[in-house]
Ligand binder design. Sequence first.
Ligand code: FPP
Length: 264
Amino acid sequence: MTNKLKFTLKLSSLLSNFPKLQTKLLIDSLDKNNIPNHVAIVMDGNGRWAKKRGLPRIKGHIEGTKSIKRVLEIAYDLNIKYITLFALSQENWDRPKQEVDGILKIIRKSLHDELNQLNEKGIKVFIIGNFERVPEDIIKTIKNVQKTTKSNEKMNFCIAFSYGGREEITQAAKNLAKDVLEGKIKIHDIEENIFRNYLYTKDIPDPDLLIRTSGEIRISNFLLWQMAYTEFVFTPVLWPDFNKYHFLKAILEYQVRERRFGLV
Ligand code: FPP
């Protein structure tokens, strides 16, 4: 971390009682020519946030939706073009039914309640994942949200829902093999850029920055192919506590990284 960044972060931490001033200080310190194009987030710690307060886990998930709004607002203001959130992993289906039903209820309600506002703001919504286990009414809502927002260009909001990175790659390999068998593509023509077109994220650039909250330091089967050269920022903050200040801090940390993409 550079001395300048250390100083900015120290100064901003002294301003914790003045969140607006704190946010302004960090925004002013950002290099506007080095804003990440795509930020992906593993929103972790909802359960622990609730447990610490003696609340049921679902209360943590509900509180976590406020962080989603805060992040979308600040990302929009910074002109970040893509935000991807890990909303439900394939493994999450094996949590207790009550919790899974609660998460589905939140997703159903959020997509329904926020559609108009997302659309008015010019935000295009993508939902990626394997929908085999997703209830029919949510699939209908997903289709409607994607259709309604498909021409929007101000920002892209991608929700990884019932998503698993290995499953995505396996699915892509199957579909590619099928196209080879049907003669649509020749084996010697297969290159990375061809394979990429078979992924759920075919219309989305790779993430520049991954943020994971709650102190866990792993990627948990999230965007495995896409994160080959992504910068990782891990923070101990639990997702429901994650605010604009924490987001800006992560962007500042990203900006002092030297991205070499395997070069010298
Ligand atoms: C992890 O916390 C968080 C999740 C499993 C995400 C929950 C997703 C939602 C509430 C839906 C988001 C809605 C939209 C529209 C994107 P955890 O339960 O793993 O926390 P823990 O590690 O502390 O137990």
